[in-house]
Design a protein around this ligand. Structure first.
Ligand code: ARG
Length: 462
């Protein structure tokens, strides 16, 4: 078995071998590597570079290795540089010298690039599926608990009353855009590098369309040097992961807040709550906190991929082997975070009546009073000032806007009616916001319909 050292008289230093081998991480790509080899050897058979017997011997050998890998009956020897060399060596063990023909018209550069793209397409598609699950659960929640009234916040200060459904939809829309970004990333990853060789193409009469087709790629990568040197599709995938994770982190932060005694809006399911080693009463939101924590890690993965490629002269450089660890980590952490967030949302209880009475006459209805004056022809800026003065007065009295009801509001503006009841009701305030995209229930329902019927709009490639 060749160790590619024919031109050397000395062996590779053992520490150098350990340092340079990527075998362990490569196992993640083993199946994609074999798929790429099967397509390549099939194509070599079709164009007559390999005879039918040679082709079927190699194909059979590769299929055996695939089964062996799946069952664990063959474990690649860490003495190999990477999975690609290990599989080739095993092939020669199984089928003899003819196995050495597999690498005709191929380099490890296009081989690796192909395996990574196949892997990336699979994992991005899986991440997309996970996001569909999250969106589905959010929409289910909107349907079951969406009418729950709560304060809408800016600066984490109470702003205006909203329906929980309105708030959840904001997250669902963000996740939908994540799906669109995945579709874009998939589109650009969907070019087959196989046949690019080391960087110059090959003199063998290969059919790149055939292998691209066989592997399910939308097209062939146009330039052989770009095909082996490009890593922007990895950077793009990690960017998508980073954005997915920042979205999740906002949801996670809210779950932590909302499950606190201070908010007391949701109660996480027991299966997704953790205890304390000292405080027996604890019901901790560790899942949400870990999601929030893992965001830093995935942002780091993106950073690693950006810096890795910066300043690298074309084409292949061994530096590029370092792309796999951050790529694999970013996809793995993102997918598991989406799934745990989905499970937490599915499993929790919402306290539907939590804010119902507390928000009656709450200061967060101040905009409502200003809007009332504006509807009666008062310039909004004047209305704003009148209500601000009224808020101050209520605060001084140690109460809320209810103090203005029954005539007291008149001292701040004569256009106020005596009966402020309809404007001090937080649910009525939310339901009046019927403008497109507003918090009123019919708008919430409309968006649920749009999202439910359109989530296949960005059906990913391959
Ligand atoms: N393990 C290497 C990598 O993944 C394989 C490519 C080696 N190519 C080379 N020209 N040394 O980057």
């Amino acid at each position: 078995v060749s160790d590619l050292r024919g031109r050397f008289s000395a062996e590779l230093d053992a520490e150098m071998l350990r340092f340079s081998s990527s075998l362990e991480l490569d196992l993640e790509l083993a199946d994609e590597d074999i798929r790429g080899s099967l397509a390549h050897v099939g194509m070599l058979g079709t164009i007559g570079v390999l005879s039918a017997e040679e082709t079927s011997a190699i194909v059979e050998g590769l299929e055996t290795i695939r089964t062996e890998l799946a069952s664990g009956s063959w474990v690649p020897d860490p003495a190999h540089d990477d999975i690609h060399m290990a599989v080739e060596a095993r092939l020669v063990e199984l089928v003899g010298g003819v196995g050495g023909k597999l690498h005709t018209a191929r380099s490890r550069n296009d081989q690796v690039a192909t395996a990574v793209r196949l892997w990336l397409k699979r994992r991005l598609t899986e991440l997309d599926r996970a996001l569909v699950g999250l969106i589905e659960v959010l929409l289910d929640r909107v349907e079951t608990d969406g009418r729950t009234l709560m304060p809408g916040y800016t600066h984490l200060q109470r702003g205006q009353p909203v329906l929980l459904g309105h708030h959840l939809l904001a997250h669902a829309w963000a996740a939908t855009r994540d799906r669109e970004r995945i579709a874009g990333a998939l589109d650009r990853a969907d070019r087959c590098p196989l046949g690019a060789g080391a960087m110059a193409g090959t003199s063998h009469p290969i059919d790149r369309e055939l292998t691209a087709d066989e592997l399910g790629f939308a097209a062939v990568a146009d330039n052989a040097m770009d095909a082996v040197a490009a890593r922007d599709h990895l950077q793009e995938a990690a960017s998508v992961c980073a954005i997915v994770m920042t979205g999740l982190s906002r949801m996670a932060a809210e779950l932590v807040l909302w499950s606190s005694a201070e908010f007391d809006l949701v109660r996480l399911g027991e299966a997704h709550s953790t205890g304390s080693s000292i405080m027996p009463q604890k019901r901790n939101p560790d899942g949400a906190e870990l999601v929030r924590g893992k965001v830093g890690r995935v942002l780091g993965d993106l950073q690693a991929l950006l810096v890795l490629v910066k300043g690298l002269p074309l084409a292949y450089n061994r530096d590029l082997q370092e792309d796999r660890a951050p790529l694999i980590d970013a996809l793995a952490q993102s997918e598991s975070s989406v799934k745990i967030m989905t499970a937490m949302w599915r499993d929790l209880d919402v306290r539907a009546d939590r804010f119902e009475s507390e928000l009656h006459g709450d200061m967060s209805l101040a905009t409502e009073l200003a809007d009332l004056l504006a509807e009666r022809g008062v310039p909004f800026r004047t209305a704003h000032e009148a209500v601000a003065a009224a808020v101050r007065w209520c605060e001084e009295q140690g109460g809320n806007l209810v103090l203005l009801d029954g005539g007291a509001a008149a001292r701040f503006h004569e256009a106020f009616p005596d009966d402020l009841g309809p404007w001090l009701d937080p649910r009525a305030a939310a339901e009046r916001r019927t403008s497109f995209g507003g918090t009123a229930w019919p708008e919430v329902e409309r968006q649920v319909d749009v999202l439910r019927s359109n989530w296949c709009r960005v059906e990913p490639v391959g």
